[in-house]
Design a protein around this ligand. Structure first.
Ligand code: NAD
Length: 456
């Protein structure tokens, strides 16, 4: 793994902090609360001094104390890039994604929408859902015939404020924006708009749809079900998708409040990330079919494919830390994704047919938009929202924390600014390889990209 370059003064400082951290790890006993607090402080100093969040000492400490390195107060901390990563310009990547969708049979208009949802993930720092998903979720599924590159979007039932849509198994990435747009237009006219969608597919980051609403003065609320991977509280079988539940609320700030996350503690993408940095998965995130909380990352990934390992809901396995809350929120998302839609759930969404071959997953989504100015004065609403978020961020800080409090959506705004200033996103070698392999078989790509900008 490529390391950040340390100058000599910085190197001495970082080495001293590494020694301090190692001492704390070595001397912490079974009841290591005090050691943990001291360790967190040392790691904060280490990161502030320019140390990498995946430094060996940080990784060992994370496994030992279960506390990953905190972010610094300066803004987002990018993971140290893998050896061979290349910085790719957002416009270049987005254009490449458009070309891939078009070459797969998606009309140009819808291809542009799909690529825009994906590139937004890269801009917002959600690396699991941008260029990283282009091949594995969309191109591979289109190639294997379980995802249609295009299908008409039919309105099945409609009132002034509601609609039921059939996406006919087209790509969720263009279905989602179309349906949120319907919800927002209804809200702008009648105050509220609610759209339920059936027979759709993976739609990427839920936050894209919520921010479509906030940018037009509406509250946006949306969710989708997904391949089952969360076990119910006191269960071990993956029954619920990671089911993101997302709210976007306009404010008077440069960014809205957007809480956009899965209802599990982590999603598979995060376990894959632990595998890449050679780290154990923190205890409490995954449970296996014997009820054991698993930390062996490689074993977990294999177990998830076989259905032997399930993700724990927010709040964790069992009821000690309120795991039933995350379990029930995941259930809310599943219900709103299947009950209006007459949709599939459970094993029918596993992506594997009775013959063991990949099979289509018919997903449901829902989108709600509330026009703020239909209820109250929009500026007063935004001011009050902003005041409250500023109050939260200005409240007393944890002395062992990073010295800053964020509100949801703010980190993504920071990522966008930081990455835009840096000239794009670092794309790891595995994804550069994906781009090359897409060029090999998608018609027209060899002519458009005889040489990628990262090929010397
Ligand atoms: N389409 C699907 O099937 C599907 C399924 C699961 C997740 N997803 C997407 O994956 C993405 C990542 O999900 P995740 O569960 O890993 O998200 P996550 O755990 O990274 O949480 C992200 C959310 O938490 C907020 N946040 C982060 N740090 C914060 C802090 N210190 N204080 C306040 N808020 C903070 C962010 O602004 C963001 O809203 C999301 O965009 C989600 O929509 C999609």
């Amino acid at each position: 793994m490529k390391r950040k370059c340390e100058d000599s003064t910085q190197h001495v400082q970082l080495q001293a902090l590494r020694v301090k951290a190692a001492e704390l790890i070595a001397t912490a006993g079974e009841s290591n609360g005090e050691g943990k607090a001291k360790y967190k402080k040392v790691v904060k100093d280490f990161i502030d001094a320019g140390g990498a969040t995946d430094d060996l000492i940080v990784r060992i400490g994370t496994q030992f104390f279960g506390c990953p390195a905190a972010k610094t107060s300066q803004g987002p901390v990018e993971d140290a890039p893998f050896e061979g990563s290349r910085l790719l310009d957002f416009d270049y990547l987005e254009k490449f994604m458009v070309d891939c969708f078009v070459a797969s049979g998606t009309p140009e208009k819808e291809s542009k929408v799909c690529a825009n949802v994906l590139i937004e993930a890269d801009k917002r720092g959600i690396d699991s859902h941008g260029i990283g998903r282009l091949k594995s979720i969309y191109m591979d599924r289109i190639k294997s015939g379980i995802l249609k590159p295009f299908a008409p979007i039919d309105v099945i039932r409609e009132t002034e404020t509601t609609a039921l849509i059939d996406a006919n198994m087209g790509i969720g990435l263009y279905v989602g924006p179309h349906c949120m747009d319907i919800a927002i237009n209804k809200a702008k006219k009648y105050g509220l708009g609610f759209v339920a969608v059936r027979n759709s597919t993976h739609y990427g980051i839920a936050g894209y749809y919520a921010t479509m609403a906030t940018s037009r003065g509406c509250i946006g609320f949306c969710g989708t079900n997904a391949r089952p991977s969360i076990a119910p509280t006191f269960g071990v079988e993956p029954c619920l998708g990671t089911n993101p539940l997302c709210f976007g609320i306009p404010t008077d700030e440069a960014f809205p409040f957007v809480i956009d996350c899965a209802t599990s503690i982590c999603q598979r993408g995060k376990v894959e990330k632990y595998a890449r940095i050679g780290s154990a998965t923190p205890k409490g995130m995954v449970i296996d079919s014997t009820g054991e909380e698993r930390t062996d990352t490689e074993g977990i990934l294999k177990g998830m494919v076989k259905g032997d390992c399930a993700l724990c809901p927010m709040g964790g396995g069992g009821d000690e830390l309120g795991g039933y809350k995350g379990y029930s929120w995941a259930t809310v998302v599943e219900l709103l994704s299947i009950a209006f839609q007459g949709g599939d759930f459970g094993r029918a969404l596993s992506g594997v047919g009775p013959d063991g071959k990949p099979s289509p997953m018919s997903l449901g989504h829902f989108f709600l938009a509330i026009n703020v100015e239909a209820v109250c004065d929009a500026d007063a609403f935004k001011k009050k929202s902003g005041d409250f978020l500023r109050y939260l961020r200005g409240s007393a800080k944890d002395p062992n924390g990073p010295g800053r409090i964020w509100t949801a959506g703010e980190d993504q705004y920071d990522y966008r600014n930081q990455r835009t200033a840096n000239g794009g996103v670092m794309v790891p070698p595995a994804l550069l390889k994906d781009m090359k392999s897409l060029r090999e078989y998608l018609p027209g790509l060899p002519e458009k990209y005889p040489k990628f900008c990262f090929e010397d």
